[in-house]
Design a protein around this ligand. Structure first.
Ligand SMILES: NC(=O)c1ccc[n+]([C@@H]2O[C@H](COP(=O)([O-])OP(=O)(O)OC[C@H]3O[C@@H](n4cnc5c(N)ncnc54)[C@H](OP(=O)(O)O)[C@@H]3O)[C@@H](O)[C@H]2O)c1
Length: 325
């Protein structure tokens, strides 16, 4: 089968389509023919070791000391089950599914295997494979943080970085939960963020969002420039920050010792990458509460171009890759 393989940390050029062995499902796994995947900031962070200051060694230890341990990237996919292992009861051949093997990656390939009790859920017919895969990364991250923080109807939330993969999902899901949403983005994305339901939008190229007089139950940082110290004055007395990304290892340590700054625990991360979460997202997408926002979609052979677009740091929503048609 064909797979996009990255054998050395570095630029987008290092991602090349190669012929590799097609996987065989174990007894508790399904074999999926991948129709669509996405290139996310997570792929770029691993490929280029572009991680918050002070976390490079930790990333190498997790993802491969000298070269990528999992050379086929790709966090999530949408596809069709082609075969099932002997003990698989929950899924059957021919079903359209969305799935992920988490940080074992592997979705940038024509075939992938996933455990039946892993992050695997049925894809509704009303969504194309590209649409279905496009809500997984941002949707699961946002719901993971909203669950961990307890975001609920009546809350006010500021979403910094409202136009990226996480931001576009967060705006829609916070509105769906009944929160009042302020989005922070650049001028070119103001109309998009409003159209996703944001009640207020701050254009960061014109205004410093930390100068707002409004007070929030939650400040969600998807950019890494809104540390607790910087936004504390914007929080209500019991307000919290949802720290999706931080600037450095020192900031991470500060978050870990601050009860009002929330990062996902390892248990919450398991919830984020679960069949239950993916089913929830498919339902939300089917009912129109979570619409995919697609920047540019690429054919599989142009996957290095997709990496380049994500490298730029200014994509809007998601960058799907069409692996099969
Ligand atoms: N903790 C977790 O479990 C977890 C999970 C997923 C993602 N993440 C992290 O979350 C972050 C966001 O992920 P993503 O997929 O949304 O990234 P992304 O799609 O690459 O974000 C790109 C967006 O960021 C916006 N942006 C850039 N600079 C900005 C600024 N100064 N202020 C406001 N917006 C700005 C850009 O908008 P403009 O073009 O308008 O500037 C662009 O739309 C990443 O750092 C990622 O590593 C963490």
């Amino acid at each position: 089968m064909k797979a996009a393989v990255c054998r050395a940390y570095g630029p987008a050029e290092n991602v090349k389509i190669e012929e590799v062995d097609k996987p065989t499902p174990a007894d508790d796994e399904v074999l999926v023919k991948v129709m669509a995947s996405t290139v996310e900031i997570a792929d770029v962070r691993i490929r280029a070791l572009r991680v918050p200051k002070g976390l490079c060694l930790m990333t190498r230890m997790a993802m491969g000391l000298f070269k990528p341990k999992y050379p086929v990237f790709g966090l999530q996919y949408s596809g069709v089950i082609e075969a099932v292992g002997a003990n698989v009861k929950a899924f059957s051949v021919g079903q359209a599914v969305v799935g992920s093997n988490g940080f074992h990656l592997g979705a940038h390939a024509e075939y992938i295997t996933t455990k039946q009790d892993g992050a695997l859920a049925l894809k509704p017919e009303s969504l194309t494979h590209e649409e279905a895969v496009a809500v997984l990364f941002g949707g699961s991250t946002s719901l993971g943080y909203f669950d961990a923080g307890g975001v609920k109807a009546g809350n006010t939330i500021l979403i910094n970085g409202a136009s990226g993969a996480v931001g576009v999902a967060a705006v829609q899901l916070a509105k769906h939960l009944g929160a009042t949403v302020t989005g922070v983005c650049s001028s070119k994305n103001v109309e998009l963020v409003k159209s996703l339901g944001a009640d207020h939008v701050i254009d960061y190229t014109k205004e410093d969002f930390t100068a707002t007089k409004d007070k929030f139950d939650f400040v969600m940082d998807n950019v890494g420039n809104a540390s607790f110290a910087k936004v504390k004055h914007m929080l209500k007395p019991n307000g919290k920050t949802l720290v999706v990304i931080f600037a450095s290892a020192i900031e991470m340590i500060k978050v870990l010792t601050n009860k009002r700054a929330i990062m996902l625990s390892s248990d919450s991360e398991k919830e984020v990458l679960s069949g239950k979460m993916f089913s929830r997202l498919m339902q939300l997408a089917e009912q129109g509460a979570l619409e995919p926002v697609i920047d540019t979609s690429f054919p599989f052979e142009k996957i290095a171009d997709a990496h380049r677009l994500v490298d730029g740091g200014h994509k809007v929503g998601v960058v799907p890759v069409r692996i099969a048609s």
